[in-house]
Design a protein around this ligand. Structure first.
Ligand code: DX5
Ligand code: ZN
Length: 219
């Protein structure tokens, strides 16, 4: 499977957002991870529609939108029409995951389903053959800069095994607390899409993107 780096702009310097995005482009990032938080599903409020619109106008990176909002079904059309390339919604946030999957798919976008640390991999079983990607949170969603929970890396391993048993080609994305120091363990567990916020934008985003990309053998 190909590897992809998805720097999370939650950790970017918003005063210089455009330049920060250019830096990760130059560094060789594949995607841009866009964390949308509603203050209900998670305690924080981040940003949303206008930022996505601005990004879409100016970058060719694929926009990997992570919706941390309740009832994501209300906003799929909006985010799709604004240029999200892949839409990750939380299994815990909706009573109708199948409906959300269908909606994203019908709009021609890649479908990602996301689980919080306490949600078991078994909860994904009914959806594995319907989605393009599973996003395994390795911190409690809501804030950047937290430490990775090692138990959640075991979930990545369990999921990759299950996906292989089923003969599926599914991207497994890991989000939360990823550093250059724990990257290898996460890749080895079977993840192939890596989100990094503070590790990339904390200082010199171009250089840190390049370091990640080299370690990940991104083509
Ligand atoms: C957390 C967000 C993450 C966050 C990751 O709720 O979903 O994408 O930006 O930040 P780091 O890499 O700093 O843990
Ligand atoms: Zn995220």
């Amino acid at each position: 499977m190909k590897n992809y780096l998805s720097p999370s702009i939650l950790a970017a310097d918003f005063w210089n957002l455009g330049e920060q995005v250019r830096a990760v482009e130059r560094g060789g990032a594949s995607y841009l991870h866009v964390d949308v938080m509603d203050g209900v599903f998670v305690p924080s409020i981040s940003f949303g529609i206008p930022i996505l619109e601005a990004l879409k106008r100016k970058t060719t990176l694929l926009l990997d939108v992570h919706l941390m909002i309740v009832q994501p079904e209300r906003y799929i059309e909006t985010f799709a029409s604004l240029g999200a390339d892949m839409i990750n919604f939380h299994l815990e946030a909706t009573e109708d995951p199948l409906g959300v999957i269908e909606k994203i798919r019908s709009l021609g976008k890649k479908v990602g389903i996301t689980i919080k640390p306490a949600t078991p991999v078994s909860a994904l079983e009914p959806f594995l053959n319907l989605v393009d990607m599973v996003l395994i949170m390795t911190v409690e969603p809501g804030f950047g800069g937290q430490s990775l929970m090692p138990d959640c890396v075991d979930k990545v391993r369990e999921l990759r095994k299950r996906v292989n048993e089923l003969g599926l080609e599914l991207d497994i994305e890991v989000d939360g607390g990823v550093k250059e120091s724990n990257l290898e363990m996460i890749l080895e567990a079977g993840a192939n899409v890596i989100v990094a916020g503070s590790a990339v934008f904390g200082s010199n985003p171009e250089e840190h993107t390049r370091l990640f990309v080299e370690k990940m053998h991104v083509e």
